[in-house]
Design a protein around this ligand. Structure first.
Ligand code: GLP
Length: 241
């Protein structure tokens, strides 16, 4: 695991953008694994800027996303499909038909998960972007999730619901369930980039880097992957320095 500590969140976004730019330059039809949350927003702005300036074209890339809330369709403002459309896909030249996000309203959620895992088994992402939850979760793999998990339905932990409540008008509106890539799906990516900014991520970053590798901290699984880059700001790094 390589760790880059940047002074600011802006530098985190810039560093991540350079890594993604290189992947797309080397392989114009790369499969990019993408993430939601507030952390990747700076990166997405930089990707959009690169596209606008003609530095990078994403016209042949394919994308997969980590997770989606159960019960929210893509028109719901808090769905992850809506997030991706408005924060990235509509701002770059990707073909919408090449973007894949789990559907939280699929008639058979179990089948939706199985299809997604089957796709990933045949198409390992060239690069997978991750944020980290305050309790060390990656995607929606909460503490206790087995490392061999594939895409599955999860019941969110109370602290994850509370963390994500800031995006909803009321905590009662936060879905209690989600679909998520499993840890084994994430680990199948050829390269993984995890971003974290802010003091509220310092403990999770410490647990990921320093605690024993165990499902108690899902992100600690990344230490078993041969090609992981962690890009964090000094606040998020404050407990490992
Ligand atoms: C959610 C997402 C995760 C994300 C986490 C942190 O739980 N499922 O993929 O990493 O939030 O989000 P933020 O970047 O807003 O702190």
């Amino acid at each position: 695991m390589k760790i880059f500590i940047c002074k600011t969140a802006e530098q985190v976004a810039d560093t991540a953008n350079k890594i993604f730019r290189e992947v797309v330059k080397t392989k114009p039809d790369a499969l990019l694994g993408l993430a939601t949350g507030s952390t990747p927003l700076g990166l997405y702005q930089k990707m959009a800027e690169d596209c606008r300036k003609g530095i990078t074209t994403y016209k042949d890339i394919r994308t997969v996303n980590l997770d989606e809330y159960v019960g929210l369709d893509g028109t719901h403002e808090q769905s992850y499909r809506y997030f991706m459309n408005t924060n990235l896909f509509q701002k770059i030249d990707v073909q919408m038909s090449n973007t894949r996000v789990l559907s939280g309203v699929a008639p058979d959620l179990q089948k939706e998960c199985e299809d997604y895992s089957a796709y990933l088994a045949g198409n390992p992402p060239d690069i997978q972007l991750l944020g980290i939850g305050g309790n060390g979760h990656i995607a929606f793999n909460e503490p206790g999730t087995p490392f061999d998990s594939r895409t599955h339905i999860v019941t969110l932990k109370e602290n994850t619901i509370a963390d994500n409540a800031r995006f909803f008008s009321d905590i009662s509106k936060v879905p209690r369930k989600a679909l998520t890539m499993g840890i084994a799906d994430i680990m199948s990516a050829k390269k993984i980039v995890l971003l974290a900014t802010g003091k509220n991520k310092a403990q999770a970053v410490f647990d990921m880097c320093e605690k024993p590798i165990s499902p108690d901290c899902p992100a600690s699984a990344l230490r078993n992957h041969p090609n992981v880059i962690v890009v964090i700001d000094s606040d998020a790094a404050s407990k490992i320095l």
